[in-house]
Design a protein around this ligand. Structure first.
Ligand code: MTE
Ligand code: HPA
Ligand code: MOS
Length: 772
């Protein structure tokens, strides 16, 4: 009780945290004055780099004739594998990502050389003059090709809970199916870009657009064969990243750094959009086979699934991504018995990588399809089947042995059900569909349960650095990067709250390896969780010294000191914050501190497939309605209602933006965004002319987002929850609603809809269901 009262009074005291402060850069974003790497004033003598790539998908590079390239106007240097002083590798986990092709060609366009020239145009023109001599080998493009050829990049991995084969055999009904789940291009507005500036004694400073400055620093140092400390990587902001700059900024940073090393001049590389789409990895597409067994009431008895993914030519972070697909193949549902396998297939395509959700969305698609299969078989409303199978007391352990302790699924879903008027609309839609032969409406309400923490346990650490200057202004730095998600403002709010000052007192500064070392990627949605705590710990250490100083100076006890409203209340008097700082400085109190945080409670035994990989879960539910023309396959999302759990929000405006943006990005993944590869291995959809991301007119007219109001059960920063990735998976409701619309054509048949649900995909499913 008293703990609760404490919490309530702490809540009431909060001044900066919980406020819907605008993104710190939003005026600059709107005015076009926010500085991205390519906007930085160019250093004197800057050279520009363009890259040239292999003309085949697989084989041997026998030689490249670069004479014409070297002789082209403006060319200063040409870089190949032979110029690399250290390792020709930027692989983040395994060492299988060459900077430049050295012998073996692994995918169409794989970078074989780079041209350094006086202008970007000259570099790009010179690249086209290379003559390749190659020996063509055999190649795999799709998951199906790789399965047929038995090409794996990593070994298969399986979670087993109980005897799923026996449980399937004893089930009243068994449904078996196959689901294709498409990949996704990140389509960040700012493409990959790096600017490398050589300094004294072999030092090099790299401005780049990456989620992972420390990893870029390490990989560049290894490539140059210099100590890590010689390389500094700085990131003020990214124009979007979405996972695409977690590992895959490395090649471009390395090439820029090599150019700077070889020429002794600053070098910049900014990929053209087509090059960016052709040369960087995407979300993994999956081919999933599943079988689900249920009792007569539709309660799942067992799930078996084999999910095969297109990893591309190298491992990158495909291992962890496939793991996360497995961690989410249950989504929100209790599986008494399960066998969950992923196959990590090697293909001669770009190396697929992190993308918002990190395999989780693909895993959840399998769970949600299994639920729909049950509803179709039993002729029940899918929402009832969903509710029946939710984790609940006594049925609360995941297939990997983690207990779901913070479950709010049922009340959250019921709030979404009420807000969306699900039952009334279900009846209206049935009536509409009965009268309408070509236009069919569909409705679906799907939940999300997303595990928060890097599943690679050691990555769950963060650092921060806070200085207070003599005038009371505060300098904040931490290892997290800003990609538009609002991390900087959230962490600044935490620091302002700690010192009891307005947000304007806190100077937000660019992430750099020179201030906070050995950081993890800003990823796994954990940016504000871990950097928020690290910054609070740094500010708290300074505050502790200030309290000790004030207690001594004013002869009060520490509990009589409070930092609030830009002042410090000391016993029955108060002084401006800046005055306390000045006094503390003259008393020789240290006004600078680092802070550190590591996530507690988590552990994971990969060999056993058991543990607690996540600190907690974030939850959400979305109800979507679609209108489908079953004669053309065209589709429109008409109404979306979302209830999403962000714990107690650090910043409700930023969180709402993440929910809306994540949902629309997920909608694009599952509806219009289709990656098409030519059988020869070329990506055909490498520009916005053929690759269709959602536009503003695709945002549903009725789009209502409510925040679930409840504190995180775990001791996260101000009891908030991570928000970056989970909302993307709310868009599975759109996919399920499309299947629901098609299902209205024949209620006796399952709907074999594949993602993305493009008009072609919808028509294929319609044809199967109608038998036409
Ligand atoms: N929001 C914007 N605007 N731009 C982005 O690139 N990336 C997403 C998400 N939201 C992204 C975004 C991804 S993939 C992750 S993991 C998180 O933000 C990372 O930031 P966080 O940990 O601070 O939430
Ligand atoms: N999410 C994002 N990036 C990662 C993860 C994860 O779970 N594990 C390793 N890198
Ligand atoms: Mo996000 S896919 O974890 O960068």
């Amino acid at each position: 009780m008293s703990l609760q009262l404490d919490r309530r009074s702490e809540e009431l005291r909060l001044r900066v945290v919980r406020r819907a402060l605008r993104h710190d850069s939003s005026p600059k974003h709107v005015a076009g004055t926010a500085t991205f790497v390519d906007d930085m004033r160019e250093p004197e003598g800057l050279l520009h780099i363009a890259v040239g790539g292999a003309p085949i998908a697989a084989g041997q590079l026998l030689g490249i004739d670069l004479d014409a390239v070297r002789a082209a106007p403006g060319v200063v240097a040409v870089l190949t594998a032979a110029d690399i002083p250290g390792k020709n590798d930027v692989g983040p986990v395994l060492h299988d990502d060459p900077v430049f092709v050295d012998g073996r060609i692994e995918f169409h366009g794989q970078v074989a050389f780079a041209v350094v020239a006086k202008t970007r145009g000259e570099a790009r023109r010179a690249v086209t003059l290379a003559k390749f001599e190659v020996a063509t080998g055999t190649h795999c493009v799709s998951v199906d090709d790789a399965l047929a050829a038995d090409q794996h990049i990593l070994p298969d991995y399986t979670f087993r809970k109980d005897d799923s084969a026996a449980a399937l055999a004893e089930s009243a009904y068994r449904m078996k199916g196959r689901l294709r789940i498409g990949g996704q291009e990140h389509f960040y507005l700012e493409g990959q870009v790096s600017l490398a500036i050589p300094g004294e004694d072999g030092d090099i400073l790299i401005h780049t657009s990456t989620q992972h400055p420390s990893e870029m620093q390490h990989l560049v140092a290894h490539m140059l064969n210099v100590p890590v400390g010689d390389v500094t990587v700085e990131v003020r902001r990214m124009g979007g990243a979405f996972g695409g700059k977690e590992t895959q900024a490395a090649q471009w940073a390395a090439i820029a750094a090599l150019g700077a090393r070889v020429t002794g001049r600053p070098c910049k590389i900014r990929l053209d959009r087509d090059d960016d789409m052709n040369l960087t990895g995407k979300r993994h597409d999956f081919l999933a086979d599943y079988e689900v067994g249920v009792d007569i009431d539709g309660r799942i008895q067992a799930l078996e699934t084999v999910m095969a993914s297109r990893c591309g030519y190298s491992a990158d972070v495909s291992g962890a991504i496939n793991d996360r697909a497995m961690f989410h193949a249950d989504n929100a549902y209790y599986l008494p018995a399960a066998t969950i396998t992923t196959k990590r297939m090697k293909t001669n395509t770009v190396s697929n990588t992190a993308f918002r959700g990190f395999g989780g969305p693909q895993g959840m698609m399998v769970a949600e399809r299994a639920i729909d299969e049950i509803a179709w078989k039993l002729n029940r409303d899918p929402l009832d089947i969903r509710k029946r199978n939710l984790y609940q007391e006594g049925r609360d352990v995941t297939p990997y042995g983690m207990f779901v302790e913070d479950n709010i699924l049922l009340p959250l879903i019921e709030r979404c059900e009420a807000m969306s008027e699900y039952r009334t609309r279900r009846r209206k839609i049935a009536a509409f569909n009965a009268e309408s032969p070509t236009l069919k409406r569909g409705l679906a309400l799907t939940p999300v349960k997303f595990g928060i923490s890097f599943t690679t346990t050691h990555l769950n650490q963060a650092g921060a650095l806070v200085h207070v200057y003599q005038d009371g202004s505060i300098h904040l730095n931490h290892g997290g990067t800003e990609m538009g998600q609002g991390l900087y403002i959230k962490v600044a709010q935490v620091v302002a709250e700690e010192f009891g000052v307005d947000i304007a007192h806190v100077k937000i500064t660019a992430t750099t390896t020179a201030k906070v070392p050995n950081t993890s990627a800003t990823a796994a949605s954990s940016g504000s969780d871990i950097n928020g705590w690290a910054a609070k710990n740094a500010a708290g250490a300074i505050k502790e010294r200030l309290v000790a100083f004030a207690a001594e100076n004013w002869e009060v006890t520490p509990d009589q000191i409070e930092f609030r409203d830009n002042r410090v209340f000391i016993g029955n008097q108060s002084v401006p914050f800046a005055e306390l700082i000045r006094k503390a400085y003259f008393a020789r109190v240290s006004l600078s501190s680092t802070g550190f945080y590591k996530t507690p409670k988590i552990h994971w035994d990969a060999a056993k497939g058991r543990g607690r990989p996540f600190f907690y879960f974030s939850y959400g539910a979305a109800c979507s309605e679609v209108l489908v023309d079953v004669t053309t396959g065209e589709m429109k999302v008409q109404r979306v209602d979302i209830v999403h759990d962000v714990g107690r929000s650090l910043n409700p405006a930023v969180d709402k933006g993440q929910i809306e943006g994540g949902f629309v990005q997920g909608m694009g993944w599952l509806t219009t965004e289709e990656l098409v590869f030519h059988p020869d291995g070329r990506l055909l959809t490498h520009a916005p002319s053929t690759y269709k991301i959602p536009c503003s007119s695709d945002v549903p007219e009725h789009f209502q987002v409510a925040l679930w109001d409840g504190a995180n059960r775990e001791d996260t920063i101000y009891r908030s929850k991570a928000v970056g990735e989970p909302p993307l998976m709310l868009a599975i409701s759109v996919f399920a609603a499309i299947a629901d619309a098609i299902h209205s054509l024949d209620s006796d048949k399952p709907v074999p809809l594949d993602a993305p649900a493009t008009p072609e995909s919808i028509l294929r499913a319609v044809q199967v269901v109608t038998g036409r």
